[in-house]
Design a binder for this molecule. Structure first.
Ligand code: SRM
Ligand code: SF4
Length: 575
């Protein structure tokens, strides 16, 4: 019998369930049904290889069950030593690839059940955990990866790491199940002062952004902190509430939403406010209808003023008026940049975040050739630096001394790591795609595997209209859940069925405006056919520095959707 997620959480003995028994069962590669829900809180999903489904069914075999593991890496910062360990895990237990996610975590795919525990132990031996990377809790906390503002980045990173730590569940289940910690008295009833017995109604996400770059897409987060710098120091944060992307096709009760900016708080107030926001969602979120359980719907159902008052009361904090801020774009800076402390940072465009040895990079949309090997070589020689994942699925080789630059450059060239930076159109360099097939159980169409092909198909159009260097934001998602944050893109493909997508147009390049459904359920030829004349018009009629999405709105090519596309974001406030 299957139980509701709320029941499973309540009776899980603080996320233990029967995971130990499920893991020990040699007769199947799967977990018991309720444990499939619980393992998410430990940072893993049970999946099966969808490419093999039909063949396995024909052979009367159970699906090729395997597990995805997601790390909790706030801000996506990894030392070279950790990189080497994660690389060894990917090759030893996983499918020989590391996947940078849209929230600065790593995912391993293809882990089989009997190696799950060893893999978890190996990740922890790298001093990285996976606790709360998935499930109805606060997830991996995003942080701006802007390498230019070194001191401010360090402050944001420290605040984000503290927030992530503060919001971890209190249960010892993770340490018992995966790391053999001894069960002590009270196990199963540990106090959960922030989450309570049933955790949150739904997943919860926090991002820390640093203007002028919105690389974290802060307005897609349930809770956003936008750094405010005065006299070179981060003095506090503008707080945004209620962002989220997920929607279901044809269900008007669900929709993407950009967050509201509600006011300014000081750094000292950060953890109180984060706790107050999370407990407000815990207490008022919709636990009866899971599809309406995200914080964005709680806000729309209860009203922003009510939610804001709850937060102020719980935190004992009065929001100050939001401080002026302005975002320029939501992308990454590619190539070498020098931080304010004189250190160097190399941002590499990684196609859909997949780091694997896939051979030669031969076409404009393709990812790096021997990325796994190349980055392993770099990790071996990187002296004093670190790796930073970006929220755009890219990678920064960070904090490099001037003397090491040429060594890194040589390794980058040798392994084709600059393929994304050098060959692609600006559009392909910036593009994102979610994982989708073959591992994602919810995928309706290809995304990650389709991105290089689609970029290639777009290339002649971009060339014909002289738009190769136009930084248009393209994102592909295999279903409407929106893991690549497609609803904020200037062009988005949202999977409907194999080979068919909804074409969404008109987001902006700052991550502040949602796009609109332009054509429903169409094929690649139809997508290209729809984009070609729009590119033509854009090339001929755009104003200086006008983004593609802004242009489509100005000339009336698209209508607004039936829900608000932007909220009280004080975009007009310039410092
Ligand atoms: Fe996601 C579910 C992958 C970022 C919204 N997401 C999934 C699952 C776990 C599928 C499932 O439930 O069975 C996907 C696993 C695929 C696989 O095979 O690995 C999956 N999501 C991802 C990642 C790996 C996409 C990527 O290509 O990088 C991202 C991991 C982030 C991380 O490190 O924590 C990822 N997911 C997002 C984002 C973007 C973000 O957070 O900035 C969103 C939209 C923002 C939001 O949450 O509103 C997102 N994922 C969803 C949803 C829809 C949630 C909703 O409110 O309706 C689902 C489905 C669900 O929760 O029921 C989902
Ligand atoms: Fe899977 Fe859909 Fe998320 Fe893509 S958007 S990873 S298809 S859940």
């Amino acid at each position: 019998m299957s139980h509701s997620v709320e029941d499973i959480k309540a009776h899980s003995h603080r996320l233990r369930g029967s995971l130990l028994e499920s893991l020990a069962d040699p007769l199947t590669g799967a977990l018991r049904e309720d444990d499939q829900t619980l393992i998410k809180y430990h940072g893993s999903y049970q999946q099966d290889d969808r490419d093999l489904r039909d063949e396995r069914r024909r052979q009367k075999l159970e699906p090729a069950y395997q597990f995805m593991i997601r790390t909790r890496t706030p801000g996506g910062v990894i030392t070279p030593e950790q990189w080497l360990k994660l690389d060894a895990i990917a090759t030893g237990y996983g499918n020989h690839s590391l996947r940078i996610t849209t929230r600065q975590a790593f995912q391993f795919h293809g882990i089989i059940k009997r190696e799950l525990k060893a893999t978890m132990q190996a990740i922890n031996a790298a001093l990285i955990d996976t606790l709360a990377a998935c499930g109805d809790v606060n997830r991996n906390v995003q942080v701006a990866a802007n390498p230019l503002l070194s001191d401010a980045h360090a402050t944001l990173y420290a605040d984000a790491a503290a927030t992530s730590e503060h919001l971890l569940p209190n249960t010892r289940a993770y340490y018992e199940i995966w790391l053999d910690e001894e069960k002590v008295a009270g196990a199963g009833e540990e106090p959960e002062p922030i989450y309570g017995d049933t955790y949150l109604p739904r997943k919860f996400k926090i991002g820390f952004a640093l203007p002028p770059i919105n690389d974290v897409d802060v307005f897609a987060n349930d809770l956003g902190f936008i750094g405010v710098i005065e006299h070179g120091q981060v003095v506090g944060y503008n707080v945004s509430l209620g962002g989220g992307m997920g929607a279901s096709h044809g269900d008007a009760q669900t929709y993407p939403r950009v967050a509201d900016v509600v006011g300014f708080i000081t750094r000292e107030q950060l953890l109180e406010v984060a706790t107050a926001v999370v407990t407000t969602q815990r207490d008022f979120g919709n636990r009866a209808v899971r599809k309406r359980a995200r914080f964005k719907y709680t806000i729309d159902d209860k009203g922003l003023d009510f939610i804001k008052a709850q937060i102020e009361q719980r935190a004992g904090v009065q929001f100050q008026p939001a401080r002026p801020f302005a975002f320029e774009h939501n992308g990454d800076r590619y190539g070498w940049t020098q931080g304010s402390d004189g250190r160097w940072h190399l941002t590499l465009s990684i196609c859909a975040g997949r780091i694997a040895d896939v051979g030669e990079a031969t076409h404009p949309g393709s990812g790096p050739g021997q990325a796994l090997t190349g980055l392993r070589e770099i990790a071996r020689v990187l002296d004093g630096g670190e790796f930073r994942m970006t929220c755009n699925q890219n990678l920064v080789i960070s904090n490099v001394g001037a003397a090491q630059k040429s060594v890194i450059d040589a390794l980058v060239a040798q392994h084709g790591l600059d393929a994304g930076n050098a060959l692609s159109s600006a559009l392909a360099r910036k593009a994102m795609a979610c994982v989708a097939l073959p591992t994602c159980g919810l995928a309706m169409a290809e995304a990650e595997r389709y991105l290089p092909d689609f970029s290639n198909k777009l290339q002649p159009l971009l060339e014909r209209h002289a738009l190769v260097e136009a930084p248009i934001v393209l994102r592909i998602s295999g279903c409407p859940n929106g893991c690549s944050r497609p609803y904020l893109a200037e062009i988005a493909l949202v999977g409907k069925a194999p080979g068919r997508y909804n074409l969404m147009l008109g987001g902006d390049h700052r991550g502040q405006r949602l796009n609109t459904l332009y054509r429903e359920n169409i094929t690649e030829d139809q997508i290209l056919g729809a984009l070609d004349p729009l590119f033509g018009r854009y090339a001929a009629e755009r104003a200086a520095d006008e983004g593609f999405g802004d242009f489509l709105h100005r000339v009336g090519e698209i209508e607004l959707p039936p829900y608000p596309t932007h909220r009280s974001i004080p975009v007009e406030l310039h410092p």
